[in-house]
Design a protein around this ligand. Structure first.
Ligand code: BEZ
Length: 325
């Protein structure tokens, strides 16, 4: 190759690289879960894929463990554009869009696999479309955490054992109603405070999941793990509405597609994680008690009556869930 031609190619390549760098967007993504949590790992994998597919035009830096504030604060930051993305609990969305509470109907799905089918079904997908208008952020897809259960510092053999107990809950209405109907004193508390609160007696038990019980070592403070699998716990991928406005259609598809892929990957991932964590917890001093809907007696009917009045979405979700094989 002639020297002049080589110079021209080098200059053009450098120009392209500078152009890409000039338009490079480092997206800040917030989560309340720790870096070791599966949601954080999914966010990192999504960022790597985006960076590679766009030759560095998009990259993602994650801020786990609520470094940027709690989820209510992160939602505000998404609205103002101070934050670009979040993997956020559907619990927090419920505080803004009450219909989201229907996703937490007890025994709506049997397991994380069914959760994946339902969340990719028509009703849940239509709910995502409401988010730009109602929360100022674009919902790009769902994932899930492991199924809800209880880690209690007291022997738990019947639902009556929960009466009067201080139970840690994620602060939002569907779960608060569930524990109130069970006669427990529901105690709203963020994840970060749970371990110490179990240790110092501020709470007697916690509504949590198998991953949290094992990875955040709640089992060290427990007597009984009530493996009830009583609710699913969806996570929603959100992109700031402000950022979205500045993106081309092609870029929106790329970002939304990568987020959806890695969030959806959690449905399969948790089948494995639940199994691994359950085996690990069984190796500890905690007694594992497996129960189904019958354990909760009339409470489930009462919950349903309250929420059928609150949101029409619940009946639609129940219908779709009943058809899942
Ligand atoms: C919880 O509040 O229990 C929770 C929060 C984020 C992920 C999973 C669980």
């Amino acid at each position: 190759m002639k020297f002049n031609k080589l110079l021209t190619i080098l200059a053009a390549t450098a120009g392209l690289a500078m152009g890409a760098a000039a338009h490079a967007k480092e997206m800040r993504l917030g989560l309340i879960v720790p870096a070791s949590h599966e949601w954080s790992k999914a966010a990192v994998a999504m960022g790597e894929e985006l960076k590679q597919k766009t030759n560095g035009k998009y990259s993602v830096t994650i801020f786990p463990s609520g470094q940027l504030g709690n989820e209510a604060q992160m939602l505000q930051q998404l609205q103002t554009g101070a934050l670009d993305m979040a993997f956020m609990t559907a619990a927090e969305i419920t505080n803004r869009v009450p219909d989201y509470g229907a996703l937490f109907a007890p025994y709506l799905v049997k397991d994380v696999r069914q959760a994946g089918v339902l969340l990719n079904g028509p009703t849940a997908q239509k709910m995502l479309e409401r988010l730009p208008r109602e929360v100022g952020a674009v919902g790009v897809g769902y994932g899930v955490a492991s199924m809800r259960l209880m880690l209690n510092g007291f022997p738990t053999n019947a639902a009556t054992d929960l009466k009067g107990r201080k139970m840690r809950i994620t602060p939002f209405p569907p779960v608060r109603d569930f524990y109130q109907l069970l006669g427990a004193a529901s105690t709203p508390m963020p994840l970060t405070d749970v371990y110490d609160s179990l240790a110092n007696g501020q709470v007697d038990g916690v509504d949590a999941d198998m991953e949290l019980v094992y990875r955040m070592k709640f089992y060290e403070r427990g007597n009984t793990l009530l493996q009830s699998n009583h609710m699913m716990f969806p996570v929603v991928g959100l992109v700031s509405g402000r950022l979205w406005q500045t993106m081309s259609t092609a870029d929106r598809e790329l970002v939304a597609g990568a987020a959806r892929k890695h969030l959806n990957g959690l449905f399969d991932r948790y089948v494995q994680v639940e199994h691994e964590m359950e085996k690990s917890v069984q190796g500890t001093k905690v007694k594992v008690v497996k129960v189904g809907p019958e354990f909760f007696g009339d409470t489930l009917k009462q919950w349903e009556e309250i929420w059928l009045k609150r949101t029409p979405v619940l009946a639609d979700l129940r219908r779709e869930a009943a058809a899942i094989k």
